[in-house]
Ligand binder design. Structure first.
Ligand SMILES: NC(=O)c1ccc[n+]([C@@H]2O[C@H](COP(=O)([O-])OP(=O)(O)OC[C@H]3O[C@@H](n4cnc5c(N)ncnc54)[C@H](O)[C@@H]3O)[C@@H](O)[C@H]2O)c1
Length: 407
């Protein structure tokens, strides 16, 4: 098996050729727009024949294999876009094989597995990057800038309401609806926002309480196994109202409405609410500081972040209003920034803004909130990571062999 010469740039594999594998197109985009980068997709791994066919179609020159272990020795880096429950095992295998890892969020579906991945990265010194692309979204950057400028004083509370309007199509018609595959949607879907709550609040969750239920989709009895299909095959805004949905996954046992309360390790108080049967699809943050409050209206290009800094009654205008840049739908701009950051960190050894420690903090908040909500809403404290693991990611001391590739 030949996957290209070492001196022609970073050799990248895509593992899991499903809906999200589209982010691997940004390898070519990043290489085309960033003169410091040379990287190309040379291999695809997917356990299904349909996935391997998609691999051949998208990357006709790439080698297509059935198992990620077949990539050992042939690639420098891998983009892992497989379902959540496979993340830890695949990442650990790749890290041990010396293959730099871009792992889709969530890092893992339990705290124990998340820690095993981070500990392996620390032991092996192989680069690990977790694709928390939402941190690079324009709305998040804008809110962080407002906070960093001190416009609302010292942050004391962060609240996020998440209206997952496409929830029925995105999360209840395949593996996402099954606890054994995702743990919960508080982990699978909320990991983006739990991560951003940590970024806005300036701390990680230390104690968490959860509450929630399967309130709507459990009543839909029309079920079917959609093996071989991808979400794009069944998605439609016409699938409305939620109780009229058909063809849900045979197993539906994750919550479709849930709430989390968090105390961050710096004392900031936070909450997150997620609902999968709203008509509209966006998230609304409020950050309250000692001198004001911000709130986003819309979370993509065309939306705004408003800031209130004077006392009054209700007033939708705010004192200041900042437009949100970026794409008006989806997150292709954040995805390109994220992929570029990963490739630069592997090829050039640059420090990445996204941190695996932060990805672990998001898993801990989501997984322990889920445990709390399923066991009578007891408060649960987040266990610490081993000090050596924290030290590894805080003060990286290793250099990946790929940093000399193509340079
Ligand atoms: N960051 C984001 O904005 C974002 C958006 C969507 C999805 N995701 C993440 O991407 C991941 C994939 O989601 P998706 O919607 O593409 O799923 P999907 O079901 O559409 O595709 C998964 C693919 O992985 C393959 N696969 C399964 N197990 C495998 C294994 N062990 N080895 C190799 N291939 C395997 C499947 O055959 C399929 O082709 C999930 O973890 C999800 O959380 C992230």
């Amino acid at each position: 098996m030949s996957m290209g010469a070492d001196n022609a740039g970073l050799r990248v594999a895509v593992i899991g050729m499903g809906q999200r594998s589209a982010i691997a197109r940004h390898v070519a985009d990043a290489t085309a727009t960033d003169p410091a980068l040379a990287a190309r997709v040379v291999a695809v791994a997917d356990v299904t024949a349909a996935g391997r066919e998609r691999g051949h179609a998208e990357y006709p020159d790439a080698v297509v294999v059935g198992h990620h272990r077949d990539l050992t020795g042939h690639v420098d880096a891998a983009i892992v876009t497989t379902p959540d429950w496979t993340h830890a095992e695949i990442a650990i295998d790749l890290l041990r094989a010396g293959i730099a890892v871009y792992l889709e969020k969530p890092l893992a579906i339990t705290v124990e597995d998340a820690d095993a991945v981070l500990n392996t990265a620390a032991e092996t010194g192989t680069p690990l990057y977790v694709g928390h692309n939402f941190r690079h979204a324009a709305v998040v950057r804008l809110m962080r800038e407002v906070i960093a400028r001190g416009e609302i004083g010292e942050v004391k509370a962060v609240w996020c309401r998440h209206f997952v309007g496409n929830g029925g199509d995105y999360y209840f018609k395949d593996w996402h609806a099954d606890r054994t595959k995702v743990n919960s949607l508080l982990l699978q879907k909320a990991s983006h926002d739990l991560d951003v709550i940590h970024a806005l609040g300036g701390g990680d969750t230390a104690r968490v309480v959860g509450m929630g239920s399967l309130s709507v989709y459990g009543e839909v009895t029309d079920r079917r196994d959609r093996s071989g299909e991808l979400m794009g095959d069944w998605f439609s805004h016409d699938n409305w109202p939620p109780l009229a949905q058909t063809g849900l996954n045979p197993v539906v046992d994750v919550e479709d409405v849930s709430m989390v309360m968090m105390t961050l390790d710096n004392g900031v108080q936070a909450s997150y609410e997620q609902c999968h049967f709203t008509p509209d699809y966006w998230r609304n943050y409020t950050v309250i500081g000692t001198e004001g409050r911000l709130e986003n209206i819309g979370d993509t290009g065309g939306g705004v972040v408003k800031v209130w800094t004077h006392r009054r009654g209700w007033d939708t205008a705010g004192d200041r209003e900042y437009p949100i840049d970026g794409v008006e739908d989806g997150h292709a701009d954040a995805d390109l920034l994220t992929m570029t950051e990963f490739l630069r960190s592997v090829a050039l050894g640059e420090p990445a803004e996204l941190s695996p420690i932060a990805a672990r903090a998001a898993v801990a908040a989501g997984a322990l909130a889920t445990r709390s909500l399923r066991t009578g809403s007891v408060p649960i404290d987040v266990p610490p990571l081993p000090a050596e693991t924290i030290a590894h990611f805080t003060h990286p001391t290793t250099t990946h062999p790929a940093q000399t590739v193509g340079s």
